[in-house]
Design a protein around this ligand. Structure first.
Ligand SMILES: [Zn+2]
Length: 504
């Protein structure tokens, strides 16, 4: 069987400034570099990305694999439409050149917005479908932060989103997608009936964690339905509310033996989501209160984890806001480590003066001072690193990571990791690279909404979600939506909730 594969991922935050250009796809912080053709196999094998799992399954089945392209950029502003078109057309031309094909597997995100196209994945899938005709099965993996559209569902024979947030099942998702594609390509199963149901509310990302009891119940219900003979798949996505497009929000896609059955099951799951709406929120705590709670609760059996959930680089945050760092420094939270702030000049300055030196500079607050002024020095240079290490966490394992020069700067007993690039705070390898052992820290502050749980939840003594200012606001009603049509989910306002700091 001849199967072509390609990957193109971007999660677009339309509320942050700037246009994402081609260079953003070359070496995204933490992820594999852009790769084309046969080199794709070696580059991605053994990593956690969906394509790794898909390639393993396809190889095991002896498929004749035609690797075209794999590219990802970190979440940021809208993608330059010409850049998107160039990637799209390269993929489509590669598919045409590879014909005859028995199937196509695409690794996509689902929340890419370009400067001219709110539904980039729908556009890509439609272009692929038009180029190949209706007979060649097309299966796409998606990130559950994708804002799934009716066009995506119509143009792909099957979508397969990850089932976890933190995304610890990306390669497994690729493997599932590849198995499904092989079934279609081998004629084992005709592409099934499908129904797409948008869920009529927007959900802030902290409320999307799949370990949360309400979200876990929705996923369990989906798996339960899939065990019935006439339901092939119940796919859930929680959407990305920071992409201000008409289709932003969660969605349910049901694949079944008949339209009627797919409709029936989709309605059941929609009802479950509506029932769960008010339960899908997590309490946040102000920075000063959170730091006080962490200092009170710190012990020797794992860190209290403070999650700076509104400066999440994995959702387009600048990763240089200072609200939580300032609270830690002002409180003198001795032994606390914050990982990490993206501040290339500070990292370079630390390398210039060397370990043990004192630096009189400011840290953070570079790109959005409205979310907190830079923290004034002096800082002691406590550690230096090249920023090059191999990923060991659940999302980045096996990746050759290069964050540029990294350092640990110390002030008032607080250590802040500073790097030259943004990267989701779900990688213990960065801390170990700098001689820090996360298990032994009293307090670990991370710039992440949910993904940090993949690396740190098991070792955490406690987790506190902190609402320091940042672009990735959890108060969605503060965003100036122009295109999104769904209302923000019903919820008790965070400030009126008793902050427990407990996750469950
Ligand atoms: Zn995601």
């Amino acid at each position: 069987m001849r199967i072509a594969v390609a990957g193109l991922q971007h999660e677009t935050n339309t509320f942050v400034g700037g246009v994402t250009d081609a260079s953003a796809f070359l070496k995204p912080g933490g992820w594999p570099e852009l790769v084309r053709g046969e080199a794709l196999r070696d580059s991605l094998a053994g990593t956690a990305v969906p394509m790794a799992g898909a390639l393993a399954v396809l190889s095991n089945h002896g498929a004749d694999i035609v690797p075209l392209l794999w590219a990802m950029a970190l979440p940021s502003g809208p993608v330059d439409h010409a850049v998107f078109e160039a990637f799209r057309d390269e993929i489509v031309q590669g598919l045409k050149a590879a014909e005859p094909l028995d199937g196509v597997l695409l690794e996509l995100h689902g929340a890419m917005v370009t400067t001219a196209e709110p539904d980039a994945e729908g556009n890509l899938l439609q272009t692929v479908r038009r180029a190949l005709g209706s007979e060649v099965p097309v299966v796409a993996t998606l990130d559950p932060h994708g804002n799934v559209t009716a066009r995506m569902v119509a143009c792909a024979d099957w979508i397969e989103p990850y089932r976890t947030y933190p995304h610890v099942d990306m390669s497994e998702t690729g493997a599932r997608a590849a198995c499904r594609l092989l079934d279609f390509a081998g004629g084992m199963h005709e592409p099934p009936a499908r129904v797409y149901r948008p869920v009529p509310f927007l959900l802030p990302v902290v409320a999307q964690a799949t370990d949360g009891p309400a979200m876990a119940a929705l996923y369990a219900a989906a798996r339960e339905h899939e065990s019935t003979a006439d339901v092939l798949g119940v796919q859930l996505t929680f959407g990305f509310p920071y992409a201000d497009i008409a289709d932003a929000g969660p969605a349910i896609v049901v694949y079944a033996e008949s339209d009627r059955r797919a409709e029936e099951v989709a309605e059941m799951h929609l009802a479950l989501w509506l029932d769960a709406e008010a339960s899908l929120h997590m309490p946040l705590v102000g920075p000063n209160e959170a730091v006080a709670m962490a200092m009170d609760g710190a012990g020797s059996d794992g860190p209290v984890v403070l999650a700076d959930v509104q400066d999440n680089p994995g959702a387009g945050g600048s990763q240089d806001t200072t609200g939580l760092l300032r609270a830690l420094v002002e409180a003198g939270a001795r032994g606390a480590v914050l990982a990490h702030i993206c501040d290339p000049p500070a990292a370079a300055a630390a390398h210039a003066v060397g370990c043990g030196a004192t630096l009189d500079l400011t840290v953070g607050g570079l790109t959005s001072p409205e979310h907190g002024a830079p923290v004034e020095g002096p800082f002691e240079v406590a550690a230096l690193g090249s920023g090059r290490f191999t990923g060991e966490g659940p999302m980045y394992r096996g990746n050759a990571i290069d964050l540029g020069p990294v350092t640990v700067l110390r002030k008032n007993g607080v250590d802040v990791v500073v790097a030259g690039k943004r990267m989701q705070a779900s990688e213990p390898g960065l801390l170990r690279h700098l001689g820090l052992n996360p298990e032994q820290l009293p307090i670990l502050a991370v710039k992440s909404s949910v993904h940090f749980r993949g690396a740190y939840q098991a070792m955490a003594r406690n987790i506190i979600l902190v609402n320091a200012p940042g672009a990735v606001t959890m108060s969605l009603d503060k965003l100036d939506f122009r295109h999104a049509v769904r209302p923000v989910a019903r919820a008790v306002p965070n400030d009126n909730r008793r902050p427990t700091g407990d996750f469950t």
